[in-house]
Design a protein around this ligand. Structure first.
Ligand code: FES
Length: 127
């Protein structure tokens, strides 16, 4: 699965929102640093977080067990499974928010906004 990622921290710098339909088009055109925007591949049976790390990215995490929400991402396109989730309230999963530490892609391509731990409602959840 090919993942395209975007750092949540840059959204406010550019006046973008997670709800923007063309968020990833705008990101692609914005000449962002590789830490903030780019692509990598997730192999079968790899979690999104493991694949990010294998590709040299340092994404936030703590428990790696579905209990802290530090690793949360927003899935804006594609499907990411969620095997273990002890922390996210329904309203966040309905928004497409998933835990990258145990989420595995279920689509050929995926667009995710990582670093969501900086969002106020997720910062409040973190242990
Ligand atoms: Fe704690 Fe993913 S690292 S829920």
């Amino acid at each position: 699965t090919e993942v395209t990622y975007l750092n949540y921290a840059v959204l406010s710098d550019h006046g973008w929102s997670l709800d923007d339909d063309d968020l990833f088009e705008k990101a692609a055109a914005a000449d962002l640093d590789e830490v903030d925007y780019g692509q990598f591949t997730v192999e079968d049976e790899q979690s999104l977080l493991d694949a990010a790390e294998a590709s040299g990215h340092a994404w936030p995490f703590a428990c790696r067990g579905g209990a802290c929400a530090n690793c949360a991402v927003a899935v804006t396109d594609g499907e990411l499974s969620q095997l273990v989730d002890h922390i996210l309230p329904d309203e966040l999963t309905e928004e497409g928010i998933r835990l990258s530490c145990n989420g595995k892609p279920e689509s050929d391509s995926l667009e995710v906004v990582y670093n969501l731990e900086q969002r106020d409602d997720l910062a409040d959840l973190k242990l």
